[in-house]
Design a protein around this ligand. Structure first.
Ligand code: ATP
Ligand code: LTN
Length: 342
């Protein structure tokens, strides 16, 4: 096969921040897709610790969560024999490319990001770090370093994917064809799970309130309690609906849909004879518990020995650094940096 006819396998890159306890939203929006897609794509899955320091945090918690998130990737079915799992800060090319891209990113693009507006509003205006504003540039660096074709994420990341594409195009225009333009890959079901205690808000792992989310490591009892307390409306009809008044029930149905893989018609028919929302909640809790049980069993197995995870992460970082290093070298050349003498 000649060089020009050789096509590399399409690539995927994605990541989760070690900024709290992973939720069922993270699983359905991200991890579950990753486990499925790793068979079709050459895959890179990163624990994005550099992103997790863009809001106030505790260093000891960051360290523990970084390992925990990596273990949850494995427990959710990411196979280290076919996918590369690594920690973002172990591959310095991420920070380096982020700086280079920062210098071609118009500030206006960053101020427009809804995540920046939401997260900065939660802090005192004067203490918001510059890193929170530059967050999407670091994310673009993560993706572009691997020349990723597709990025499997939840619906909330659409805007960040757009800015990544815009930055890649801008760079290619300024310095010549360098980066692959990536596509967002968003699941049909489960792309935006809402909070149980407030169905107008997205479920989020950094939200501390007790009955906000179901976490991947929650006990069956905690899962049941959280789902049974889920905020719903005062009606009785169990049907998918875009009516904001009925967002709570719709969220439970969407969870059921994403977890069981059944069609909406089948689900509505199944619940047609239910006596009320209580029946729906019980069944959603049951499928959640059933989904989490094998993940938790694998997690316990994998974390008996920290050295196992640390070894895998070291191998992953070495593989990732090869790919990222090649892209960064090309970027240096295109941008006009004098090559250091060997
Ligand atoms: P944080 O609260 O710390 O910002 P988060 O829970 O929003 O965290 P991220 O680390 O920002 O999680 O996101 C990791 C992945 O999980 C992303 O692909 C994101 O789109 C997805 N995701 C996060 N929350 C949800 C949700 N509620 N429904 C579906 N996918 C989600
Ligand atoms: N911003 C993402 C996390 C993230 C990411 C990435 C996702 C950082 N770098 C690269 C996909 C690809 C989020 O989910 N909040």
């Amino acid at each position: 096969m000649s060089d020009s006819s050789f096509q590399r396998r399409k690539r995927v890159l994605s990541g989760v921040q070690p900024s709290g306890n992973l939720t069922i939203g993270n699983y359905l929006g991200a991890l579950k897709q990753w486990a499925r897609e790793q068979h079709r794509f050459e895959s890179f899955f990163c624990v994005v610790d550099l992103h997790a320091i863009t809001t106030p945090y505790d260093p000891a918690v960051l360290r523990a969560k970084t390992r925990e998130v990596a273990a949850l990737y494995l427990a959710s079915g990411i196979d280290p024999a076919i996918s590369t799992i690594f920690v973002q800060s172990h591959v310095p090319a991420h920070s380096e490319l982020a700086w280079l891209l920062n210098c071609i990113t118009p500030l206006g693009w960053l101020y427009r990001m809804t995540q920046f507006k939401d997260k900065s509003a939660k802090q005192q205006a004067e203490s918001v770090g510059a890193g929170l504003l530059a967050y999407p540039v670091l994310m673009a660096a993560d993706i572009l370093l691997y020349q990723a074709d597709a990025v499997p994420v939840g619906d909330d990341q659409r805007q960040h994917l757009e800015i990544t594409r815009d930055l890649a195009q801008r760079f290619n225009h300024l310095f010549g064809e360098t980066f692959t333009i990536p596509e967002a890959m968003i699941p049909l079901a489960g792309a935006r799970i809402r909070a149980f205690d407030d169905p107008t808000a997205k479920m989020s792992k950094s939200e501390a309130s007790e009955y906000h989310a179901v976490h991947l490591l929650d006990s069956p009892d905690k899962v049941k309690k959280t789902v049974l307390r889920a905020v719903t409306d005062s009606g009785r009809e169990i049907a998918f609906s875009g009516d904001p008044e009925r967002a709570g029930v719709n969220n439970l149905l969407e969870l059921y849909e994403a977890l069981t893989g059944q069609s909406r018609d089948v689900i509505e028919a199944h619940f047609a004879s239910a006596r009320g929302y209580g029946d729906l909640k019980k069944e959603v809790a049951a499928v959640l518990i059933e989904t989490l049980e094998p993940i938790q069993a694998r997690y316990r197995e994998l974390t008996r020995d920290d050295a196992y995870i640390d070894d895998l992460l070291a191998e992953g970082a070495a593989r990732a650094a090869e790919v990222a290093g090649a892209t960064l070298a090309l970027v240096h050349e295109r941008m006009g940096f004098l090559k250091a003498r060997a």
